[in-house]
Write a protein that binds this ligand. Structure first.
Ligand SMILES: Cc1cc2nc3c(=O)[nH]c(=O)nc-3n(C[C@H](O)[C@H](O)[C@H](O)COP(=O)(O)OP(=O)(O)OC[C@H]3O[C@@H](n4cnc5c(N)ncnc54)[C@H](O)[C@@H]3O)c2cc1C
Length: 559
């Protein structure tokens, strides 16, 4: 029986991963431990099943010429009704999903995209572009208010090819719907790689990364998708905008900068030229323990300002080492690494360790030596760095059953300059814990890892978890709404940004509106009005369309 027009392996509509994904015995035992620490008990609840969901009928008929691209199977519609945030997952466990798109549309090529937008404009249909659906801020939710005839989700999965490779300049022209592994497999045949690795790599796309300004797992330098983009191609309701392929240009404001971070509100990104790299063969890694978090942060700053540019430089506070499975909570851990396809890294690591020594960091010198043994060394895959990487990639899988048990587990990420970091770290953790405890009546676990480092500041990523008094998913979701709004306010009030790499979407609108100058928001709304005068493109994200005041939509709003 066909449940979906998707050609990809079946995804779980209620959470992360493929439909047949399971947890290992070890992961189940860690999950049990985590739940008991949060005072959440009981046998694991039954996972949501497709037959438990009833969707409203589709409100429009697809155009005859494009009907073969349109799907309204319950699985397709449910799969595209939400992203992968805590609230998305909780609403699925409650069997109360957000409104589903009337249709899911799978364009085969750019002309299909043009034709679909043309039809949507003529029929007042809202269009929600969809890459991998890994948004954690309501970016793909069909929350567009009552002003539209219908809403469709435009899934880019069939546009996943590498179209051209330029080995001289080391760049490739790639369709926007390529998932991380699809892109890597095609580039590997050319001996090249993008090397942009967000935690969601497996289930997110090049197009999604570009329009959300994603951050990869490298701590410094080549990690933001912004830096990999040479040029872009955007299909808007008013025509196609192609930018020029150049290594750099001083010709006025950069057009690509408007596409980066546009979150589907200006048009559909169909392809981009991206800068590539040769995969590294030389590596050096170290896992450094610090008893004093303040000293660890100072060491991080020294490293970030040294010009050494480590590829990995993640500082986990003591609580975060427990969450990440790399420590027992007794000290902070700095995961440090260098990579190169060109030269051994002994000198870089030696200088970095000298800095570490001067701030009182402790490390296993033999393990560091093993990591530098050359191309054959597996040290970066084992030891603390490997354990951290494995836990990092598996974490989303065991978040889902925690949500089903009525636990709240979520993250907020931000950025702040160095001179304000110490106070920021202290105050945000304390205020998050206080609001969680006030809202749920339960003790909160709040941890922090520094995901990205700059010479002038850091990107702290806070994880919080707690139970609820009655252990119900409904209570957890109600509490989460208050916590999320409070967290949005706290981050901006203390001088941070509402998001360092997760984007604005619908759930971060309240912080974005506080943070960004009203004049700039008006300019953005004008730009949107120019390319999308009927305001059909992803209404509700980033800014209100001119003439259609939507305000807050999605799980935190009313529209
Ligand atoms: C477990 C987990 C881990 C994550 N880790 C990271 C991380 O390490 N770094 C990071 O930056 N983010 C991370 N995220 C957030 C998310 O993966 C990113 O925002 C990612 O860039 C979204 O890509 P996507 O293809 O899934 O886009 P989607 O979720 O499908 O869409 C995101 C937004 O982009 C728009 N969009 C998508 N494709 C197009 C297109 N072709 N044209 C126009 N608009 C489009 C959508 O309308 C939506 O507004 C994580 C999310 C999860 C669930």
């Amino acid at each position: 029986m066909t449940h979906t027009l998707s050609r990809r392996p079946l995804r779980r509509f209620w959470g992360w991963g493929h439909a047949d994904a399971t947890l290992s015995a070890q992961e189940l035992s860690t999950l049990g431990l985590m739940l008991s620490q949060l005072d959440v008990g009981g046998a694991l609840r039954p996972e949501p099943q497709l037959h438990e969901f009833t969707l409203a009928p589709s409100r429009v008929q697809p155009p005859a010429a494009l009907a073969h691209l349109f799907s309204a199977t319950p699985l397709d519609r449910l799969n595209h009704s939400a992203g992968k945030s805590f609230a998305d997952c909780a609403r699925m466990w409650l069997r109360q999903p957000p409104p589903a798109p009337d249709w899911v549309v799978y364009p085969d090529n750019e002309q299909d995209v043009v034709d679909v937008l043309d039809w949507a404009v003529r029929h007042n249909v809202a269009v929600i572009p969809y890459g991998g659906g890994s948004s954690v801020c309501g970016g793909v939710e069909v929350a567009v208010g009552g002003g539209y005839t219908a809403a469709i989700s435009l899934d880019m999965e069939r546009m996943h090819r590498v179209l051209e490779v330029d080995p001289v300049s080391r760049a490739a022209r790639v369709q926007a719907g390529a998932l991380g592994p699809e892109l890597a497999a095609q580039l590997k045949t050319h001996g090249l790689a993008l090397r942009h690795f967000p935690q969601s790599y497996e289930f997110s796309t090049l197009g999604g990364w570009i329009v959300t300004r994603a951050g990869g797992h490298y701590a410094m330098q080549y990690t933001h998708i912004d830096d990999f983009v040479e040029c872009t191609r955007l299909v808007t309701p008013q025509g196609v905008m192609q930018t020029r392929r150049l290594p750099g240009s001083g010709a006025g404001p950069a057009p690509d900068r408007l596409v980066l971070g546009s979150e589907g509100s200006l048009g559909v990104l169909t392809e981009a030229w991206v800068r590539l790299q040769v995969p590294p063969v030389f590596r050096a890694s170290a896992s450094v323990k610090f008893d004093d978090y303040g000293a660890a942060a100072q060491c991080l700053r020294a490293l970030s300002q040294s010009g050494l540019n480590p590829s990995n430089c993640r500082l986990l506070d003591a609580m975060e080492t427990v969450v990440s499975g790399v420590g027992d909570g007794s000290c902070a851990v700095l995961v440090l690494g260098f990579e190169s396809d060109d030269h051994p890294l002994h000198a870089w690591m030696a200088r970095a360790l000298a800095l570490v020594d001067s701030y009182g960091g402790r490390y296993d010198a033999a393990a560091v030596a093993r990591s530098q043994e050359g191309p054959g060394s597996q040290e970066h895959r084992i030891g603390t760095a490997g354990a951290w990487r494995d836990a990092f990639l598996r974490m989303p899988y065991w978040r889902d059953p925690m949500v089903g048990q009525g636990a709240i587990m979520d993250t907020v990420e931000t950025a702040i300059t160095w001179e304000r970091f110490a106070d920021f770290y202290r105050d945000v953790r304390a205020e998050l814990a206080a609001v969680i405890e006030r809202t749920t009546g339960m003790e909160a676990m709040v941890s922090c890892r520094i995901t990205h480092v700059y010479p002038d500041g850091v990107a702290p990523y806070f994880t919080f978890a707690c139970g609820t008094r009655d252990g119900s998913v409904a209570s957890a979701l109600a509490a989460w709404r208050d916590i999320k709004q409070a967290a949005n306010a706290v981050l901006v009030a203390h001088g941070g940004t509402i998001t360092h790499h997760h984007a604005v979407g619908r759930d971060h609108r309240s912080g974005y509106d506080r943070e960004v100058d009203p004049l700039f928001r008006a300019m953005l709304a004008s730009a949107k009005h120019t390319v999308d005068p009927q305001a059909v493109m992803n209404p509700g994200v980033l800014v209100d369309p001119v003439g259609r005041p939507l305000g807050l939509t999605g799980v935190l709003g009313s529209a």
